[in-house]
Design a protein around this ligand. Structure first.
Ligand SMILES: [Zn+2]
Length: 391
């Protein structure tokens, strides 16, 4: 056969393969549908007609459950849960759990779904009991281990959460250092609230042992030193952020300034800011530096610094402060610049300062654990308030 003929026949072969596969697929679908009990269609009809309780009654009365009908039950239950109809999800999954005919594996799946329902309903103790039952049967049930860790996290049972995170790490063969470090930070904060600073420092040591780049542990340790009046130690600790977790630098500059002021070394703060600004151009750092220059060295120095920065890396908040300084210096509140400044103030009012890199959640307050997706260390200060980017 000539090469050109082979090329001509290739599409024909592909089309016939697709046709046979399609026929087989249609046959399988129609066979599966034919095997479903008639009551299933009645149940589905009730769902389509917005009568979910009647549908649940029918599904629960069905005695025979195979893998495909079980999947339909699960899908329906999680649909109810996602829609916030947790009571219905619980009824459906409880009905599944009670079926004696289920295999061990399917029973475990139904139990897990029921635990998720209880979690969604805020019944953490019930969810915990079911997860413990699942882990008792299979110590490597990753879904149950994760849910249990989440429950302990919500209950602020940090030592238990750490144990679970370690088990998950073994199960997944993947370290959970970031998570465990945050749990130790939570323990440190609990100890600090009870004024047990020695215990707080022990917990922070463990956090840094788990994750050497844990910016949160570095910040808490510095805050404790500052609280004790050990300003040199506090300054040293705050400055570690520059290398370990520079994305949080803007969070500590105010406290660092207070420490330098306490030891009468404000010129060192200015020198520090001028040095870090070369490597960290986040708009927050630039604004803090400009405000400090304004306070320590006067408006002219602050204006020159800020106009250079804004010129090189345009940012709306930079322009906003530049206008504020310029208007203050000009002592003119009636000109066009004042109108521009006032409009900019309104545009930037309540604009988010932080964003979660996982789910996109934005806000004006810093959270170490995202309130939306519950990921740790995913919320960072928005550093790029630049034209066409964040605004
Ligand atoms: Zn998030």
């Amino acid at each position: 056969m000539s090469l050109s003929l082979i090329w001509l026949l290739l599409p024909v072969a592909a089309a016939s393969g697709w046709y046979v596969a399609r026929r087989e697929y249609q046959k399988t679908i129609s066979e599966s549908a034919a095997n479903l009990p008639q009551d299933y269609f009645k149940g589905l009809n009730f769902i389509l007609n917005e009568q979910p309780d009647k549908a649940i009654d029918i599904f629960m009365k069905l005695s025979e459950l195979d893998e495909s009908t079980f999947e339909i039950h699960l899908a329906l239950g999680s649909l109810f849960r996602r829609r916030g109809e947790v009571d219905r999800a619980i009824r459906l999954h409880q009905g599944l759990v009670n079926k004696a005919s289920l295999s061990t594996e399917l029973h475990a799946q139904a139990l897990y779904e029921l635990a998720c329902d209880y979690m969604g309903a805020g019944l953490l103790d019930r969810a915990e009991a079911l997860c413990l039952e699942l882990v008792d049967v299979d110590a490597n049930n990753l879904a149950a281990l994760n849910l249990l860790r989440d429950i302990y996290q919500q209950e602020k049972e940090w030592f238990r959460a750490i144990d679970l995170a370690r088990k998950i790490a073994v199960c997944m063969n993947e370290p959970q250092s970031l998570l465990i470090a945050h749990y130790y930070c939570e323990l440190a904060l609990q100890a600090r609230c009870k004024n047990d600073l020695a215990q707080a420092n022990r917990m922070l040591g463990k956090a840094v042992q788990e994750d050497a780049a844990c910016g949160r542990a570095i910040i808490i340790r510095a805050q404790i030193e500052q609280q004790l009046g050990n300003y040199d130690a506090a300054i040293n600790s705050y400055q570690q952020l520059e290398k370990k977790a520079p994305e949080y630098l803007s969070e500590i500059l105010g406290e660092l300034k207070a420490c330098y002021q306490a030891v009468g070394q404000k010129e060192k703060m200015i020198a520090y800011l001028r040095r870090i600004i070369c490597d960290h151009h986040g708009v927050e750092v630039v604004l803090i530096a400009a405000r400090m220059l304004n306070e320590y060295e006067g408006e002219d120095v602050a204006l020159t610094f800020l106009s250079d920065e804004v010129n090189e890396r345009p940012s709306l908040r930079g322009v906003q402060y530049l206008l504020e300084l310029d208007l203050e210096q000009a002592k003119d509140e009636r000109g066009y610049l004042a109108v521009v400044k006032s409009s900019l103030d309104k545009l930037l009012e309540n604009k988010p300062v932080y964003r979660c890199s996982c789910c996109g959640f934005t806000g004006v307050d810093m959270h170490w654990c995202c309130p939306s997706c519950r990921t740790w260390s995913s919320i960072k200060p928005i550093h790029e308030f630049q034209w066409g980017a964040s605004i």
